[in-house]
Design a protein around this ligand. Sequence first.
Ligand code: URA
Length: 251
Amino acid sequence: MTKDMEDWKAALRDLGVTSLIRPENFHTPPQMSPSKNKKVAATPSIAYQPPTDSVRNPPTEIIQTLSDLPGLLEAIRGCQRCILGTTRNQFVFGEGNPHADMMFVGEGPGRDEDLHGRPFVGRAGDLLEKMIEAIGLKRSEVYIANIVKCRPPDNRIPTPEEARSCLGYLQKQIEIIQPKVIVTLGATPLRELLGITEGITKVRGTLRFFHEIPVIPTFHPAYVLRMYTPEVRKAVWDDLKLAKTKIEANV
Ligand code: URA
C-alpha cells in the first residue's frame, strides 16, 4: 500500500469508516427487487425429486397410447412430475369442445383457476371469453388449455423444467383435438410450445406452425387488461380475425 493510500485510509478511519468496498465489487449493481408486475420463476433451494409411481409420474409410453381426453385426464390428474403438483389445489386439465377448430393455449392456472379446476375463469378469463365472442364463437365451441396444468405459486412464470414436465400432456391434447388453428396467449406458450424466444410484441399476428397446425400468437388477456389501449385491443382483434380465417380456409 502506498503512503498516500495509508493516509487516505487513516483519514477515513478518523471519519468512522472501518471497512471499504473491494474494488472488484465496486461495479456490482445493487440487487433489484422484482417490479410489481414481473413474475420471476423462483429457483427451488432443494432440487425436486419426482416420484417414481405411475399415478404421480405418469409414464410417457402410457400417455402416448391414449386417444381420448377423458382417458388422458384420468391418467394424469394425480401428476406430481414437477413441484407444482405438490403445491396446487386443483389440477387444471383444460376444457371445451373436444372437436374444437380453435384452441387457445395460455401460460398456467392462476389463483381462481387453481381453486375451480378450470382454465381462464378469473378476470383474464372473462376477457378471453369476450375476445372469443367478438369473432362469433362461443367459449364452449373452442378448447382452452395451458402450458402447465398446476398453478405456479404467486403466479410466477413456470420454469422451463416445469413446462417440459407438462408439455407432453398438452401435445397429447392437441393430437386428440386436432384443432385447425391454435392461438397462443402471451410469451410463455410461444416459448415453450414453439421454441420462439423473440418478444411477443414482435411475433404476435404472424403465422407460425406447430407441426402442421397454424398457430397465431397474440397477447395474453392479462396483459390486455393491464394495457387496455385501443392499439393493444386492435392488435388482439386483428390476430383473432386472422386465426378465424385459418378455420375458414380449412373447411
Ligand atoms: N392465465 C393463464 O395463462 N391461464 C389461465 O388459465 C388463467 C390465467
